[in-house]
Design a protein around this ligand. Structure first.
Ligand SMILES: Nc1ncnc2c1ncn2[C@@H]1O[C@H](COP(=O)(O)OP(=O)(O)OP(=O)(O)O)[C@@H](O)[C@H]1O
Length: 589
């Protein structure tokens, strides 16, 4: 049996295009414009004009492009998927916007009939082709004096609005205002001087102002800065507008992308690396490939390389800003530090910028990491904000520099600093090491405190903590609860063991046995007047509730989690102290 040819149900195909390929029937005008521009390109002459006429539900698009011969009309217009814009091997020809051979069908989204009157610049008579959406077409002699093509659409029911003069002018401006041909709609010019970022200006300041105005018109904000973009291998030029406000790094930035001066889409994602969420771009790229819907860019190696290239441009902009205008850089960092920190995780230039310009919370007030290291060559950092809050005053008072590495990315950034310079040494604080710099009391004082210490230890023994008395700053702090990281681990282990079943309790027990033996410490401050008065109680009076109250207060101050036993002790100490406060002194308990 002989091979049979496929049949195509045109209605089905148009339905497929309108529902699944194109986001909106508005694209019909883009496709017509694109064909007209391609025909002008194919003719190869300078200039070229596209004239659009509207009115009465009819749309006419005239071009003075290459036109089609009768044979071409049969093969190109009537064969779905056939395009003159691909070479023998099926590759898209470089200069054209179209390539798939389906664009003309989008006219069926708004019209039941497409009429094409065309005359080839290569000779031959004019031809009139009429295609109908139910799947038939007719070719007849046409009338046309000059080479070129006119496409005529009559609005189908319900589509009149899309073919109205205002809608057509609007669509033409959206898609075609940067095109390199002369385009008019009902006599009004749509195209102007091409991409605003390539326009000539008196001086750089005037150019910058013009681009700022362009950004205001497009996006409704005045940019923090305007950055010129160029990636030669993608044939890309454009501008990035740096947002004047902080944005969530998870909000995907959408960019305005033109391909060969025709708008691809206003909301293209993934053009910049993820970290560059602080910029909105408008670009024109000759080499990037659109998907068949022409609403997104095709993910290929070139797009990857382009993304990296654009990332480089933005990174260089930042480095230059750091060198030439530090106050402005600081302003930028205040807005977009999260993005910059994310960059610094992988990029040494960004890490240097963070190190030199970003202010961190430290025990000596806000300062940059570089400044902090200069002042505290042997400084420490905490990996949590709570730990920093808890210990910064104590560390600061003891001359141990402490920097807060508790916010997003900060610990990783600090740990990456040796990549810049192997001599940089900022290590993580182990809270237990702070006690070593606490002043130890002289032996006589120590001896006289023995009874008190024994009583105090009894008061908090069941809470698993050890009481020590030290001499430290700040004097305003009566007591401090210190968990070394090791003790903290065991504490968590203990909690897990209480919650786990017997089998796990054994396993966890085995782990616990290998860990060290330090317990969390309640460090009472010998310099603090209130703590001193509590110590002077010896082992009598309200020493138990007083020590327990100091314990509870130290826990609260340090944002430590309260276990049920801690809460119970806090309550008991409160009631105990209250009883002491309201009892007659001659009736002590
Ligand atoms: N205004 C025009 N002047 C000359 N030829 C045209 C014109 N419009 C369409 N054609 C011819 O018809 C062919 C099919 O057009 P169609 O718009 O369907 O696909 P395409 O432009 O090749 O690709 P795409 O689907 O990517 O737009 C084109 O390749 C071109 O040869």
């Amino acid at each position: 049996m002989a091979d049979q040819a496929f049949q195509v149900d045109l209605r089905g195909v148009v339905d497929l295009l309108s529902r699944h390929l194109y986001a909106s029937p508005r694209v019909y005008l883009r496709e017509l414009l694109q064909n007209a521009v391609d025909a002008i390109t194919a003719r190869g002459a300078d200039g070229g004009r596209v004239v659009i006429e509207t009115g009465g539900g009819v749309l006419r698009v005239h071009d003075d492009g290459v036109g089609l011969t009768e044979t071409e009309v049969h093969t190109l217009l009537a064969t779905i998927g056939r395009s003159s814009k691909r070479d023998e091997l099926g590759f898209a020809r470089h200069d054209f916007l179209g390539q798939f051979g389906i664009g003309l069908l989008s006219a069926f989204l708004v019209a039941d009939e497409i009429e094409v009157v065309t005359r080839s610049a290569r000779g031959g008579a004019a031809v009139r082709w009429t295609g109908r959406s139910e799947g038939s077409y007719r070719v007849e002699p046409g009338r046309r004096a000059e080479p070129g093509t006119t496409v005529t659409l009559r609005a189908r029911q319900g589509a009149a609005e899309l073919l109205s003069p205002a809608a057509v002018a609007d669509l033409a401006r959206t898609y075609g205002s940067l095109l390199p041909v002369e385009l008019t709609v009902d006599g009004s010019p749509i195209t102007g001087d091409g991409p605003p970022w390539l326009a000539h200006h008196r001086d750089p300041a005037a150019r910058k102002r013009a681009l700022e105005r362009y950004c205001e018109e497009l996006y409704g904000f005045t940019p923090f800065d305007v950055v010129d973009l160029e990636v030669p291998e993608a044939g890309l030029t454009g501008v990035a507008f740096v947002l004047p406000q902080a944005v969530s790094p998870t909000a995907r930035a959408a960019h305005r992308v033109y391909v060969k001066r025709m708008l691809l889409a206003e909301g293209v994602e993934g053009l910049l690396p993820e970290w560059a969420f602080f910029a909105r771009c408008v670009v024109d790229a000759g080499e990037l490939r659109p998907t068949a819907s022409r609403e997104a860019l095709y993910e290929d190696e070139l797009l990857d390389a382009t993304r990296d290239g654009l990332g480089d441009v933005l990174r260089q902009w930042l480095v230059r800003l750091a060198e030439t205008d530090p106050p402005r850089l600081r302003g930028f960092l205040r807005l977009h530090q999260l993005g910059v920190k994310a960059m610094a995780l992988h990029d040494d230039d960004m890490l240097r910028i963070v190190d030199r310009w970003l202010e961190y919370e430290t025990s000596a007030g806000p300062m940059t990491l570089a400044e902090f290291r200069r002042r505290h060559p042997d400084g420490r950092f905490t990996a949590s904000v709570d730990e920093f809050r808890r210990l910064s005053a104590v560390a600061g008072a003891q001359g141990v520099g402490l920097v807060n590495g508790g916010y997003v990315h900060d610990t990783e950034i600090i740990e990456r600093l040796p990549d810049l310079d192997p001599d940089i040494c900022l290590s993580r604080l182990d809270a237990a090491e702070l006690t070593t710099t606490f002043g130890v009391l002289d032996p006589a004082a120590e001896l006289s405190l023995r009874p008190f210490l024994a009583a105090a230890q009894r008061a908090v023994d069941r809470l698993g903590c050890e009481v020590v008395v030290r001499d430290f700053d700040p004097a305003s702090l009566p007591a401090l609860y210190l968990t070394s990281r090791d003790a903290q681990f065991r504490e968590e282990l203990g909690r897990a063991r209480d919650e786990a079943g017997e089998l796990w309790a054994d396993v966890l027990g085995a782990v616990g046995a290998t860990a060290g033996v330090e317990r969390p410490q309640l460090v009472l401050n010998h310099r603090n007047p209130l703590a001193r008065r509590v110590m002077s109680l010896g082992d009598g009076g309200p020493v138990e509730p007083a020590v327990q109250a100091l314990y509870g207060q130290a826990l609260l101050l340090g944002h430590h989690p309260l276990r049920p036993a801690d809460t119970a002790v806090l309550n008991r100490s409160f009631i105990g102290l209250l009883e002491w406060a309201v009892h007659a002194p001659e009736a002590p308990r």
